[in-house]
Design a protein around this ligand. Structure first.
Ligand code: SF4
Ligand code: SF4
Length: 627
């Protein structure tokens, strides 16, 4: 994977009607500036070669472009550029030759078929399309045929247009073009869907038409068909990102670098107009939940193509929510079925017909639970080796087992450097001050202790003749875990002995009496799913340790306010006034909470985060974020 450099962010000279970057453009009214040195440093730090991307990368002043491409040539032997091609001049063509630049051009067809790539007015749009077609010819004549990206929509891919598109691809084939990537329209709103999107059947028809056309072309290939066929045969070594369990918090296939050197994700995941920083780790919660979620709820449960497709690109998810499968499920499923039949006719046995498929799925799911991914071909080789591997009990896979982690992505570096340390301080303050509740709120105080704070709390407790003890076996009573935290109880030695006895005897009543909590009823929903009436009760950040209520503690509704007041009092008494203000700032800030398929997501003006919650088949949401 290379990195995508976006010197001017999403700024563009065209106004394509359907562009997936329009939500980002709507948020940014001025063209961002860039710092060439910071960009180079970020490329070097990534250790990868780069593609100039945008928006439109050729908006860059020529001398800076020369500087960057020359640097890329000296460092990596070349680079790439993805452009709409309108601004390409003969000086650019010389540069591409001189510095070995691979060119990718986005064009949806000849003449009026490209009209959605709008350039000020109709005349200018047609002139620009013609200019780009000329550039493609010139690049081919120079022995540097560009790769094409062609988006399919109502202006170029309904049945009346197909003869024209077929003739166009035939002429491109003769010209020397070798690769064209077909994109289904990424629909950002209902107006775009109404005006430009193809129906499911139209998408299938046009794709099958191009699959047929490909067999008549000499060298031009639409990579999607061969890729899907290879996937069906378990060969996913070189498959593209959309089939590879892409994490929307850290898109592995796209490492964006903004003009200020900041990292960003693939723009297709950006539905709020914010280029969030990449999350620290990779996560596969989307795929775990899609595997277990019934298809009628937006998941992929039971689909025989799941190993290959995995719910496809999160950027095309139903309702723009990455927790759903792709809205193009019907298209991909029909295409997989078609290609599956072709393979059978050719005498091959696709993976979908192998008894081994469920086993491979289970191993893949197991890897995701461990926050890593696997490739089909490696698992296939492993499961068919001579010494049959010993496999875990299949019952294990029935447990969804979403990793208990809270994943974060900051709005930008400034927010990260402000809020990361603040969150740590809030968490520490709440943990350390919880000991002030012993004997006031309850005889034994239950708290989630982050590994970083454990020793300090232990010492402070000892100074006051209290004990901090871990109680992993409290889990049947405190059902919701807090990511990366230990479940600890602070009390005197006598109360600890009473608690240990109560746990031994499974005496739910005694445990809740000691903790001054109530037993959650079997029908109780997580309190975070509904909008809190007061900021005291905002538990949206409890997995980050930033909540007045420890995750999983159930308190009688009339006792919640006194409990919250005690917690605030304890913060102040323990010398954490500043942390109390930061906590109040966070809990009173605008936020949007949503939960779907067992994954909660919270958007704030500072960051977004996601974590496991109770399974819901439909989306629960509350709040509104203003950034
Ligand atoms: S969001 Fe979609 S297009 Fe972007 S990297 Fe992920 S799978 Fe690829
Ligand atoms: S074809 Fe549809 S149901 Fe099957 S894995 Fe893909 S998105 Fe999910």
């Amino acid at each position: 994977m290379g990195v995508e450099i976006k010197p001017f962010g999403v700024s563009c000279n065209l106004q394509c009607r359907y562009c997936y970057q329009n939500p980002m453009r709507d948020q940014k009214t001025t063209r961002p500036s860039y710092d060439l040195e910071k960009i180079k440093q970020a490329i070097q730090a990534s250790g990868r070669d780069f593609t100039l991307f945008g928006g439109e990368p050729l908006l860059m002043p020529h001398e800076d472009l020369v500087d960057l491409l020359q640097w890329g040539y000296q460092k990596y032997g070349g680079s790439s550029i993805q452009t709409n091609g309108v601004l390409i001049t003969s000086a650019h063509l010389d540069l591409f030759d001189q510095y070995n630049v691979e060119v990718g051009i986005s064009l949806d067809g000849p003449g009026e078929l490209n009209d959605l790539r709008w350039h000020r007015n109709r005349t200018q749009t047609r002139n620009s399309t013609q200019a780009v077609e000329h550039v493609i010819q010139q690049l081919c004549q120079r022995g540097r045929p560009p790769g094409l990206i062609v988006t399919l929509h109502r202006l170029n891919a309904v049945s009346e247009q197909l003869p024209c598109m077929n003739a166009w691809f035939q002429s491109l084939d003769k010209l020397g073009i070798r690769a064209a990537r077909l994109h289904l329209l990424e629909v950002e709103n209902e107006s775009i869907r109404r005006q430009y999107a193809l129906s499911q059947q139209e998408n299938v028809t046009v794709l099958l038409n191009f699959a047929q056309l490909e067999t008549q072309l000499t060298q031009l290939r639409f990579d999607v068909f061969s890729e899907m066929k290879r996937l069906l045969m378990g060969r996913d070594e070189q498959s593209s990102c959309v089939w590879n369990a892409c994490d929307p918090y850290n898109t592995a296939a796209v490492y964006g670098i903004e003009g200020n050197g900041q990292s960003s994700n693939c723009g297709r995941t950006n539905k709020q107009g914010i280029d969030y920083l990449k999350a620290e780790d990779n996560g596969y919660e989307r795929y775990l939940m899609l595997y277990h979620t019934p298809q009628e709820h937006g998941g992929c449960q039971g689909c025989r193509f799941f190993l290959m497709c995995k719910g496809q690109c999160p950027g095309t998810a139903i309702d723009g929510d990455w927790r759903n499968r792709t809205e193009y499920c019907g298209v991909w499923k029909q295409l997989f079925e078609e290609l599956e039949q072709q393979l059978v006719k050719e005498g091959q046995t696709p993976l979908t017909q192998l008894p081994l498929r469920p086993l491979i799925e289970q191993q893949m799911v197991q890897a995701w639970k461990q926050q890593r991914t696997e490739s089909i071909h490696r698992l296939l080789a492993w499961l068919t080796q001579e010494d049959q591997p010993t496999l875990p009990d299949p019952a294990l896979y029935k447990n969804v087992g979403l990793p208990q982690v809270c994943r974060m992505s900051f709005v930008d570096r400034a927010m990260q450097s402000t809020w990361e340390p603040r969150l740590q301080s809030i968490r520490r303050a709440l943990t350390l001050s919880s000991m002030a509740l012993v004997g006031i709120w309850s005889s034994a105080v239950f708290t989630w202790v982050h590994a970083h704070d454990y020793f300090e709390l232990y010492q402070r407790c000892a100074e006051q003749d209290l004990y901090l003890q871990e109680y992993p076996n409290l889990s049947p009573w405190i059902q919701t875990a807090a990511p990366k935290h230990h479940l600890g109880v602070i009390a005197d030695s006598e109360t600890h002995a009473a608690l240990a006895g109560a746990i031994r005897n499974a005496s739910s009543h005694a445990i809740h009496f000691l903790l001054n909590s109530t037993e959650p009823s079997s029908t109780a929903t997580e309190s975070v799913l509904t909008e809190p009436e007061h900021w005291y009760f905002n538990e949206a950040f409890s997995p980050l340790g930033a909540s007045l209520f420890p995750r999983g503690l159930t308190i009688e509704s009339e006792a919640r306010k006194p409990y919250a007041e005690l917690r605030i009092e304890a913060l102040i008494q323990s010398g954490f006034e500043v942390e109390k203000i930061w906590l109040e700032t966070l809990l009173t800030s605008s936020l949007q909470f949503s939960a779907l398929h067992g994954i909660a997501e919270v958007h704030t003006p500072f960051f977004k985060c996601s974590y496991p919650t109770m399974y819901t088949k439909v989306k629960h949401q509350w709040g509104h974020v203003s950034v």
